[in-house]
Design a protein around this ligand. Structure first.
Ligand code: URA
Ligand code: SF4
Length: 220
């Protein structure tokens, strides 16, 4: 199939009557909304308590997540967990998910090299994210990195410029109509993988923690 063909989108697979996250997760396991399901091992859905007040949105599962079927269980996940603790956020109060729910990669020999999802994958997968939000009705949505921020706030959003700023939701969202929660706030920050890659890792980590502290203060 030519890669220029537009994906059909996840909306064909999202159950309209879901009232539990597990129902969404079970349905997402069979999603063929874009071509990424073909080469990846499995769908990696969000995880966390249904009562979670804070939702983290990452980019897409990595190699480890693809194999384990759980989001943020690799190196970036460990760093995120440390940052959540350092910011004083309650880890049991957090739900973690991704903008795109299948791992996109390029094979080089036997190695699977991470490839960022494209705008078509982000758009195709967005109905899952919206369905998670609709059930969770979180108080705070924290977007980790440019992919998540652009998926939810539009392509002109710049994390480097607007990180750590509290925003009302859904006023700032790209598609406010499909997200009926009104008391939610949002904040974008850098992706934990960017901290891992930074020249000055300590400073980058502290920057992430400082942004998360703004969310923690707003929730207190
Ligand atoms: N990076 C992400 O954005 N999501 C994961 O689940 C793991 C790494
Ligand atoms: Fe469906 Fe998203 Fe996977 Fe594409 S990436 S197949 S839209 S779950």
């Amino acid at each position: 199939m030519p890669s220029t063909e537009a994906p059909i989108g996840a909306q064909h697979f999202v159950p309209g009557d879901a009232h539990e996250l597990d129902q969404l997760k079970a349905a997402a396991a069979h999603c063929e909304g874009c071509e990424l399901y073909r080469d990846a091992t499995q769908t990696v859905f969000g995880r966390g308590a249904a009562e979670a007040r804070v939702v983290f949105v990452g980019e897409q599962p990595g190699d480890v997540e693809d194999q384990k079927g759980l989001p943020f269980v690799g190196p970036a996940g460990r760093l995120l967990r440390d940052a959540v603790d350092a910011a004083g956020l309650d880890a049991s109060n957090v739900y973690i998910t991704n903008a795109v729910k299948h791992f996109r990669f390029e094979l080089r020999g036997k190695r699977r090299i991470h490839q960022s999802p494209g705008p078509a994958h982000i758009t195709a997968c967005r109905p899952w994210l919206v369905s998670e939000f609709a059930l969770l009705k979180p108080d705070m949505i924290i977007m980790l990195g440019a992919t998540a921020a652009k998926a939810l706030l539009g392509p002109s959003f710049r994390v480097t410029k607007s990180r750590g700023q509290l925003m009302p939701w859904p006023a700032s969202a790209q598609h406010p109509d499909d997200f009926p929660v009104s008391e939610t706030q949002a904040l974008a920050t850098i992706h934990p993988s960017a901290v891992l890659r930074a020249d000055d890792r300590d400073a980058a980590f502290q920057g992430l923690v400082d942004d998360l502290k703004i969310a923690a203060a707003a929730l207190a």
